[in-house]
Design a protein around this ligand. Structure first.
Ligand code: HEC
Length: 197
């Protein structure tokens, strides 16, 4: 009897520890993990995936009205070149286990230009973490339009035009007139400072 009690106590104390250790191993992520936005699952204005076969878990949090913690393996994107990927629990407490990526993309796929945790900066000089950490805690650093982050300088038509022109996708739809205009205005604004030099 005592033996059985001891054994069950041992298993109780060992099992959770070994799970916790496994959970802290980093996901190995390379450019092959990223794909055409429209092949991912759309949630409102953004796209999600899961690298650990738990798309249902990712979708449950993304679709929740009250927020939640995204499961390990979650991939989240608004535009083709900026990605957040969730590592296993306990991997990086500051970023709540999110790793930030800045990609460049073309017809042949994705290339990782920058990756990391608190120090990744986007093309416009904005620090991903510093902005996304402003989201209220229940949203797990996901900003959308009303979770408390500073806004980005892109209109809805511009965002949807950027999403629909992901060069990695083979079946991009036609742009609506207002999306075409937004994209043209954006390209002009981006070209401005360069041509002025
Ligand atoms: C100035 C603040 C700011 C910076 C800097 C910033 N973001 Fe965001 N990000 C936002 C906002 C606001 C949204 C939601 C935009 C919308 O839906 O209209 C967003 C959307 C996203 C989304 C879709 C999910 C969500 O949070 O709504 C991802 C993924 C993302 N950003 C990744 C990044 C990465 C990676 C970087 C750095 C390379 C970055 N962001 C830099 C503010 C920022």
């Amino acid at each position: 009897m005592l033996r059985i009690l001891l054994l069950s106590l041992l298993s109780l104390s060992f099992v959770p520890t070994s799970i916790a250790q496994d959970e802290q191993a980093a996901l190995s992520i390379d450019e092959s993990n990223f794909r055409c936005l429209s092949e991912m699952s759309r949630v409102r204005g953004f796209f999600v995936d899961n690298l650990m076969d738990d798309l249902d878990g990712t979708l449950a949090v993304a679709n929740s009205d009250v927020g939640g913690v995204y499961p390990p393996g979650s991939v989240v994107q608004l535009v083709p070149t900026e990605v957040m990927v969730k590592h296993p629990k306990g991997f990086n407490a500051a970023t709540r286990d999110w790793e930030f990526f800045e990609l460049s993309v073309d017809e042949s796929g994705s290339n990782i230009d920058k990756r990391g945790f608190v120090d990744v900066v986007n093309k416009f000089g904005g620090n991903c973490f510093a902005c996304h950490v402003q989201a209220k805690p229940e949203w797990d650093m996901i900003c959308e339009q009303d979770h408390g982050c500073d806004p980005i300088q892109l209109t809805r038509p511009a965002i949807s035009a950027i999403q629909k022109t992901d060069p990695r996708c083979s079946d991009n739809p036609e742009l609506e007139v207002e999306e075409k205009e937004a994209l043209a205005a954006l390209l002009k604004a981006l070209a401005g400072p360069v041509s002025a030099e």
